[in-house]
Ligand binder design. Structure first.
Ligand SMILES: C[S@@+](CC[C@H](N)C(=O)[O-])C[C@H]1O[C@@H](n2cnc3c(N)ncnc32)[C@H](O)[C@@H]1O
Length: 286
């Protein structure tokens, strides 16, 4: 189908985005199957950055169904779905996609504002559970969203950690060239400015010390530690690098959960999908 035939501007995606769509959909299938079997539990799918339902493969422009669109068709179904996108045309396309699924709602708005309110409706004490996918284009997620998810003790999260955007726009060797707006976005996602301690270190030299940029692993380890120790997720996966054809890291996918079984299943899917032969990711995690 040509792009003009969509009621919204479909995103163009690379192979790394298709990998992410497969990973999250595969986990959602396992999650829904397991939770539907525990009849006293009610399980929900929440997506903060849904897209319009179809994206287009770069170069060939072949249509690829997005994560939320696929998850809407999973059997057994979730009890409810909250699908958010800030783009009105994408949200209304998803509203149409929701029509065939009981309990599915598409919302147009800012995920950072809407998600904490939706999370409050998922009550651990009422046997409700949620799987949430947070897949922004770049640094645009607020730490408050992650904190609000963890506080429920009922919500698991797949998170797109925008490594490429951070490397390009925040962690420059020459900090004087960084736009203060990028720093503010980084601090908003991190929850405070302690990311600086993970990103840079003072190293001794002949004249005293100088600031040295640390490898990206240092930032990833610090962020997963924060998800555990500050947000309060009991279990957090190793971040999995999503790479382009030239093996450059575009972003990392991280899974955070209150549930040990969830972590075991997600880790197995992350590893299997990202180490399959022919994938640019190879078997490198970072
Ligand atoms: C990377 S795409 C999502 C791709 C999708 N998750 C998939 O599986 O293909 C990011 C989406 O976030 C939307 N978006 C951007 N800013 C947003 C915000 N503040 N709140 C909610 N959605 C936003 C964009 O319109 C875009 O559709």
């Amino acid at each position: 189908m040509a792009a003009e035939q969509y009621s919204y501007e479909p995103d163009e995606i690379g192979e790394w985005s298709e990998l992410k769509i497969r990973i999250v959909t595969k986990y959602a299938q396992a999650y829904s199957t397991i939770l539907a079997n525990q009849r006293y539990l009610k399980h929900y799918y929440i997506d903060g950055f849904t897209g319009g339902g179809v994206a287009l493969r770069k170069i060939t422009r072949e249509p690829v169904e997005t994560t939320a669109k696929r998850i809407l068709t999973i059997e057994p179904p979730f009890v409810g779905y909250h699908l958010i996108d800030a783009d009105a045309a994408k949200a209304s396309a998803m509203r149409l996609a929701c029509a065939g699924r009981v309990g599915a709602q598409a919302h147009c708005g800012d995920a950072n504002e809407l998600l904490p309110r939706i999370f409050e409706t998922i009550r651990f004490d009422k046997y409700q559970r949620g799987l949430c996918f947070l897949d922004p284009y770049k640094l645009m997620l607020s730490w408050d969203v992650l904190q609000a998810a963890a506080v429920t003790r009922a919500i698991e999260v797949f998170l797109h950690f925008p490594t490429g955007d951070i490397q390009r726009n925040v962690l420059r060797h020459d900090q004087s060239t960084v736009d203060p707006e990028s720093v503010a976005r980084m601090t908003a996602m991190w929850g405070d400015d302690s990311w600086r301690q993970a990103a840079y270190a003072e190293e001794p030299d002949l004249f005293g010390t100088h600031t040295v940029k640390q490898p990206i692993d240092s930032l990833l380890v610090a962020f997963t530690d924060r998800l555990r120790k500050v947000a309060g997720f009991k279990h957090v996966s190793t971040p999995i690098a999503m790479r382009n054809k030239t093996n450059a890291i575009i972003y990392h996918l991280i899974f955070a959960t209150p549930n040990a079984t969830g972590l075991r299943i997600a880790t197995s899917i992350l590893k299997t999908e990202s180490t399959q032969k022919g994938r640019p990711n190879g078997n490198k995690l970072y």
